[in-house]
Write a protein that binds this ligand. Structure first.
Ligand code: PEP
Ligand code: MG
Length: 582
């Protein structure tokens, strides 16, 4: 138990970026009391009717949530409510519930909850995060129906004060939408992963979110003052007055909505103090309110993570569906470049229906381009869709997890085949489309000179490059101190990659989280990076920092850092420089 008033820092997983502060509002799960009520045979008809009504009313609610979600969030994320709708409307399940009500002669809510529990028990035991996500969806639906049957009220989020920080065991996607309406400042949960539906929605709606803090909903109390850092995944309870004021004063850093301030920037793209243009772009995960903002501010897309399209429903969209999606993004951003990465599935990015994707070491397993090679039709459909969307000339294709030249050649053959098919069908595409690879597997960085001869550009995935170089799982909180792209070994690989790119006259971007990190930006510029592609929430700060940096100083920094031997020395050195320009 936390002594009230004492400062405590809780650590979880950063699910949606942004730094904010406010008062906590803890929402406890409403445990529904379901009575085992016995009924008489002549009451059966009435119970069945009550069940039908509860389901019908819930379906109406879900329908309107579905509509309002599709107005606000567009694309696959909005389909979360579609799947909840389908769960609620499972006719086969309802038929079985009705049969049990009639045979056991028990009240509708009792039989319904019993049968839901039986259905979710095996899913609950699963270690698979998507199975667990399914439990969350099923429980959200069954609670909705049971509340109708028992007459017990829903959690009173709708009446909660505006602009609070909401803390709970878990929130359903519908509740996150509701919190958004209440101008929630941040969300903190005990359960949930960064790829949960809730986290995806929070990211799309720009709500700073930290998930996976052990017992967050018990450790935090309503009324506690909190600082939530959605980038670091930390929550500070009762911070000192100094810290509180610091965060409050630094208004520019206070929220992910900083992206809305992009038009306050004097220059985009930004220039260094000595007038060198720095190419800054955004990473694109799920469609949301930021799309328009990015397009309006003429920010290109340096990394479009297409795997999220698949993860939303476990289905690969057809070539035509993908074409429509990619084409609309390419059109909105035209003439800015849009770099579309082919599916990077595997590791933690898989769907429950993919039973063949479960492996002992998933990050070292069937992932990225390797998985695409084993699904040749899926890969070719995607390549064709990306090619078709390139017809205006502003689309680039990016291949994930390439480990060596053999894989690159293999991908090249499939791409050429796809191009031949498009030509045959008279479908237009950019014949000079730039095709690049992610440098995120250490073997690719080590052999960057061989790879650079065969591609149009490199994009360094510092997240995976760090995890594989340092053998430190990027999602493991216990390794947070070890996992750091500023480690001298990771920087050596980045340096080798840049040198190989420069020798071959190809641009090299960084699209891992490091590219938006204020400490790393001067160093990366000095090392000779051509583009920084970052989470949209980090654009504003990055663009404010860059004009304060002298390119000539950045080059000196990079030289100095190359001589340092430990992470600590490098961080200390960069921190010092950073403070001098802030
Ligand atoms: C990376 O690994 O740095 C990267 C950008 O790819 P992702 O985070 O999607 O694995
Ligand atoms: Mg990666």
């Amino acid at each position: 138990m936390i002594a009230r008033g004492r400062k405590t820092i809780l650590r979880g997983l950063p699910a949606a970026p942004g730094l904010t502060l406010g008062e906590a509002r803890v929402v406890y799960s409403l445990e529904q009391t379901i009575e085992e009520r016995v009924i008489t045979p002549d009451q059966v008809e009435h119970e069945l009717m009550r069940l039908d009504m509860a389901v019908a009313e819930s379906l109406t609610e879900l329908e309107s949530l579905k509509e309002s979600a599709s107005r606000k969030i567009s694309g696959p994320v909005a389909r979360i409510f579609e799947s909840q709708f389908m769960i609620a409307d499972d006719r086969e399940f309802l038929k079985n519930v009705k049969a049990e009500i009639a045979s056991q002669l028990k009240a509708a809510e009792y039989i319904y909850s019993l049968m839901v529990e039986k259905a979710v028990a095996p899913l609950r035991a699963s270690r698979d995060q998507y199975m667990r996500q399914m439990v969350v969806d099923i429980e959200a639906v069954s609670n909705r129906i049971l509340r109708r049957l028992t007459g017990q009220a829903a959690r009173h989020i709708g009446q909660a004060p505006q602009e609070s920080i909401f803390v709970g065991k878990i929130f359903s996607p519908a509740e996150v939408m509701n919190l958004y309406e209440r101008k929630v400042r941040a969300i903190v949960t005990t359960a949930g992963g960064v790829n949960s539906h809730m986290a995806l929605i929070a990211r799309s709606l720009l709500i700073p979110t930290v998930v996976g803090i052990p017992q967050a909903h018990l450790k935090i109390m309503s009324g506690d003052r909190l600082i939530v850092d959605g980038d670091k995944g930390t929550v500070t309870i009762n911070p000192s007055l100094d810290e509180w004021n610091q965060v409050r004063k630094k208004k520019a850093r206070v929220t992910a909505l900083q992206i809305l301030k992009l038009d306050k920037l004097p220059d985009f793209p930004p220039r260094t103090a000595d007038n060198i243009d720095i190419d800054v772009a955004a990473n694109y995960d799920v469609p949301g309110p930021i799309d328009r903002i990015l397009a309006d501010h003429k920010v290109g897309i340096g990394l479009y993570r297409t795997e999220f399209i698949y993860l939303q429903n476990g289905r690969f969209p057809s070539e035509d569906d993908q074409y429509r999606l990619y084409n609309s993004v390419a059109k909105v951003h035209y003439p800015r470049p849009v770099t579309i990465r082919t599916f990077d599935l595997g590791s933690d990015k898989y769907h429950p229906s993919d039973s063949n994707m479960k492996e002992n070491n998933p990050a070292l397993g069937w992932r990225g381009i390797r998985a695409s090679f084993d699904m040749p039709n899926v890969f070719k459909d995607q390549v064709k869709a990306i090619l078709r969307a390139s017809k205006r000339g502003n689309v680039k294709m990016l291949l994930p997890m390439i480990a060596d030249i053999t894989e690159l050649r293999k991908a090249g053959r499939i791409i050429r085949h796809a191009m031949a098919e498009l030509r045959k069908s008279n479908l237009p595409f950019d014949r000079n489309i730039q095709i690049g690879i992610m440098i995120e597997v250490p073997s690719a960085a080590v052999a960057a000179d061989i790879l650079a001869e065969k591609v149009s550009f490199f994009s360094i995935g510092s997240n995976d490059l760090t995890q594989y170089t340092l053998a430190a799982d990027r999602d493991n909180q216990k390794l947070a101190k070890i996992f750091n792209p500023l480690h001298p070994a990771v920087l050596r690989l980045i340096r080798m990659t840049i040198e190989a790119a420069q020798k071959n006259n190809i641009p090299v971007a960084v699209c891992g989280e490091m590219s938006g990190d204020i400490l790393s930006i001067p160093l990366l510029i000095g090392m000779g990076i051509s583009q920084l592609s970052m989470n949209p929430s980090r654009l504003y700060n990055a663009c404010r920092l860059i004009p304060k940096i002298k390119y000539s100083d950045a080059v000196k920094i990079a030289k100095e850092v190359s001589r340092l031997k430990t992470l600590k020395e490098i961080e200390g050195f960069l921190l010092n420089y950073n403070m001098s320009v802030e």
